[in-house]
Structures are given as C-alpha cells and as structure tokens.
Design a protein around this ligand. Structure first.
Ligand SMILES: C[S@@+](CC[C@H](N)C(=O)[O-])C[C@H]1O[C@@H](n2cnc3c(N)ncnc32)[C@H](O)[C@@H]1O
Ligand SMILES: [Zn+2]
Length: 288
C-alpha cells in the first residue's frame, strides 16, 4: 500500500478513518494492520495489499488455501497470528478459481476489448480521482494512471490484485475489498468504472452505490449480459435497455456515442485450445 492511500480509506463498517500500524515498510507499506478504533475491526496488509473485509475470517472461510498462503507470505509474528486465528470457518474454496481467472485475464490482455476501452477512455477528459470496481489484474487502471492524478482499483480477488500490484506507479493503488462496501466512505470520484461485473455484483445495488460516488463525473460500464449462472446468478439482471434506463433514473446522461448498444469483442483465453468469446456493450455516462 502506498503511504498516501491511507487518507482515502475508511472503515467499511462505520466509515471512520483508519489507523495504521506498520510492521514492515520500504517504498510501500509491505505489512501492517489497518484498525478502526470505533468498531475494533482490523484489516491486514499482506504483500503490500490491504484486505478491507469487515470479517476477515469470513473472507478466508471460502479461501482456506489462500489463507494458508497468506500465513506463509506474512513475515511478522503479529500478522502470522492474525491470519492463523482467522483460519477457522470452512466453506467451498474459491482460492484456485480466483487464481485461475487471474491467469486467464493475464493471458487475455491483448483482447480487442482492452484497446477499445482504453481508446474510449482517452477520448474523455482526464480525471483527477478514479476508481475501478472489479479491476482484476489492473489492465485498465494501469493505463488510466498514465493520464489521471490518482487511480484506485478494488477487487475481491487477492490473486488478481497480487498481479496488479506488480506494476508500481506512484499514483496507483489497489485494495482487496467488496465493491458494495464503503471502502472510501463518502469520497467523490471524477471517473468510476465497472467493466464486466454486472453478472457477479447485484447490478441495481451496484449502480446505486456507484451513483453515490459521483456528483460530477463519468461512469463507464461494459457488459456481456451473461446472466445465466445457475444458483450463483444475480437476482435482478439488466439488459442493454434497462441498464441505460437505470442510469438515466440515477441522473446520468448517456454519451451520444454509446446511446446504442455495441458489440465489442472480448476474448478470454481459457487455455491454449479454448477461448471464451464475448461481445460486450459499452456505456459511457456522465453526471454534473
Ligand atoms: C468478469 S471479471 C472482470 C474483470 C475486469 N473488470 C475486466 O473486464 O477485465 C469480474 C471481476 O470482479 C471481481 N469481483 C466480483 N465480485 C466482486 C465484489 N463484490 N467486489 C469487488 N470485486 C468483485 C472478480 O474478482 C473479478 O476480478
Ligand atoms: Zn469502524
């Protein structure tokens, strides 16, 4: 975690500023604990990555393999015992799944989707404060950091953020967190992105929550509307038209270039013999 990021972070439960206890620091804070005095909640920083989950035990209950890795990756005794005592509950493990997808995104960086998104983002005015929800390995955040003042990426996958963190830029930082929790309190952003996450994060809830993060700025979304995911499906899917209507109801204007649905190829290389070929719709919207 970059030292200056502390001033932007808030307790995901009560919204208060966090206190920082540093165990190891070089160019960045390598290891430490972020603490909320009011809730007595503690958030670990492991391998430069803050995990801002209100219940760390619960986060690890579905990632026990990751829990073992985080234990090994921690060097201070304080952090080791913090991870150990959180490793109790059990659930279906998503560690390998998240590792696998982080690898897939790494192998799919050259998909036309990313160059198209970057081109579109370059065409809107450069922003001061930027946030990407579900940023994965940071392909788009890293590009934005070349032209914007301060860029943050949030993703619930530690494996994805670990890859994103390999590229250091002084104005770019990442957090493991749930996009539906108020990691940044009431902070307002000039640009917020949510690319291909609507099947995984309850869409209307996410739109409402992001709308509160923008008073004057852009909201850029893309999606393949692949909502049929069995028991894991979101409750209220959106389509090309209802997404735009929801945005308008929240006070956003849709840019004329994305008023009509688009079909941008998004190819995910699953392995050397299989590719998942989506066609995604892009929406650039603005509120002022
Ligand atoms: C389909 S991927 C899209 C990744 C990236 N936006 C892109 O377009 O290349 C969805 C991402 O959202 C993350 N994610 C899912 N639910 C989340 C949540 N509640 N909060 C934060 N990130 C979440 C996943 O870990 C994954 O990296
Ligand atoms: Zn708190």
């Amino acid at each position: 975690m970059i030292h200056s990021s502390l001033e932007f972070l808030r307790c995901v439960k009560c919204g208060l500023k966090l206190e920082l206890d540093v165990f190891e620091s070089r160019k960045e804070i390598e290891e430490g604990i972020l603490r909320c005095k009011k809730c007595s909640l503690e958030f670990p920083i492991i391998q430069k990555i803050p995990i801002l989950w209100d219940d760390f035990s619960k986060y690890l209950s579905s990632r026990r393999i990751l829990g073992g890795k985080l234990y090994k990756l921690s060097s201070s005794t304080k952090l080791k015992s913090f991870v150990k005592k959180s490793l109790n509950a059990k659930d279906t493990d998503r560690s390998y799944l998240e590792e696998k997808w982080a690898r897939i995104y790494q192998n799919s960086k050259t998909s036309k989707f990313y160059s198209t998104i970057k081109k579109n983002l370059d065409s809107i005015r450069s922003s001061k404060l930027v946030l990407e929800h579900g940023c994965s390995i940071g392909i788009v955040t890293s590009h934005l950091a070349n032209s914007c003042d301060q860029v943050f990426g949030v993703d619930r996958s530690f494996s994805a953020i670990q890859i994103a963190k390999k590229q250091f830029k002084p104005n770019l930082d990442y957090f493991v967190a749930d996009s539906l929790t108020p990691v940044f309190g009431k902070l307002q952003f000039d640009l917020v992105l949510a690319l291909n996450v609507l099947e995984i994060i309850e869409p209307k809830v996410l739109l409402k929550s992001i709308s509160k993060q923008i008073t004057n700025g852009y909201f850029v979304l893309s999606d393949p509307y692949d909502f049929d995911r069995g028991p894991r499906s979101v409750k209220n899917p959106l389509d090309e038209s209802s997404l735009r209507t929801n945005l308008k109801n929240l006070g956003f204007r849709i840019s004329s270039s994305t008023k009509n649905p688009s079909f941008i190829p998004w190819n995910l290389k699953l392995n050397s013999r299989a590719t998942l070929n989506y066609k995604v719709d892009l929406v650039i919207s603005e509120k002022s």
